[in-house]
Design a protein around this ligand. Structure first.
Ligand code: HPA
Length: 278
């Protein structure tokens, strides 16, 4: 079936279950599901019930859409995302973004777990993503461009909204902590990087590396969305000899940092003005 038709059917199914138009989309990464406890949840939809939606397989991702509100702002949260390393095509990885686009979502907030390549970072730090490096992943816009979804050659000078970044720093200060800020390097995974790769990524100008987000952000920018993204630093790639990384370490570190992350996201959502929805 034609992509636009599949997007339309998935969006229509989700919309048929919600009474309010969600105005912000949130995508939660590995181990970061605690955020949903702050939501007043009105509807919960399993990915498996949404027409044409891929189904998430990775541990720590539940695979649900939650529609509800925080501080009176209606949001749609995707708890569980699709990674290229799971074997999904790029079209499948970014399908949820297209569905959000079809639903009229203009603001997207993304979280992920990432390995720090900036040596001043510590496990548990939160890094606001100010830019990314995408050339180690497959660009999701490759293929025939569908003009109704976005332009052939989208500008990428500000993929992450400077306004939202400034807001996040202010909010963190009010909560009594600092956010790091840096460049995220996208990789496919699923193997973690070798020592040489972490060093290379650092030399190329990135502060963190991760296996998600970049394809989603490119699609969201193509779709005309305003994007905010934040990484939990779950391991330090430029590391000591005995530092071995496991998925469990990543999930544990993400869980430990979840309260800070949740505080930033919920305050940001509360501070959205209705005018900035449009
Ligand atoms: N590398 C890639 N992806 C990751 C890492 C990492 O070190 N940590 C969490 N996700």
């Amino acid at each position: 079936m034609d992509l636009l038709k599949r997007i339309g059917e998935a969006a229509a199914y989700i919309q048929s279950t919600c009474s309010n138009q969600p105005l912000i989309g949130v995508i939660l990464g590995s181990g970061l599901g605690g955020f949903t406890e702050e939501m007043k949840i009105d509807q919960e939809i399993d990915y498996a019930d949404i027409p044409h939606f891929p189904v998430s397989t990775v541990e720590g991702h539940s695979g649900k859409i939650l529609i509800g509100s925080i501080g009176g702002k209606t949001i749609i949260t995707l708890s569980g995302r699709f990674h290229y390393y799971e074997g999904y095509s790029t079209e499948e990885v970014v399908f949820p973004i297209r569905v959000l686009q079809k639903m009229g979502i203009k603001n997207l907030m993304i979280t992920n777990a990432a390995g720090g390549t900036n040596t001043s970072f510590k496990v548990g730090d939160l890094m606001v993503i100010k830019d990314h490096i995408s050339f180690a992943i497959v660009n999701p816009l490759i293929g025939k461009n569908i003009e109704s979804l976005g332009t052939r050659f989208p500008d990428m000078s500000e993929p992450y909204s400077k306004k939202l970044i400034a807001k996040a720093h202010n909010i963190a200060k009010q909560h009594g902590f600092e956010l790091k800020e840096g460049v995220y390097f996208g990789v496919t995974g699923p193997s973690f990087e070798t020592r040489a790769e972490y060093k290379l990524i650092h030399h190329l100008g990135a502060d963190a590396v991760g296996m998600s987000t970049v394809q989603e952000v490119i699609t969201a920018v193509h779709a005309g969305m305003q994007v905010f993204a934040i990484s939990v630093i779950t391991d330090i790639g430029v590391r000591e000899e005995d530092n071995i990384i496991s998925h469990k370490d990543v999930l544990d570190a993400a869980n430990a940092a979840a309260p800070k992350l949740t505080a930033v996201l919920t305050s940001m959502i509360q501070s959205f003005e209705h005018a900035s929805y449009i």
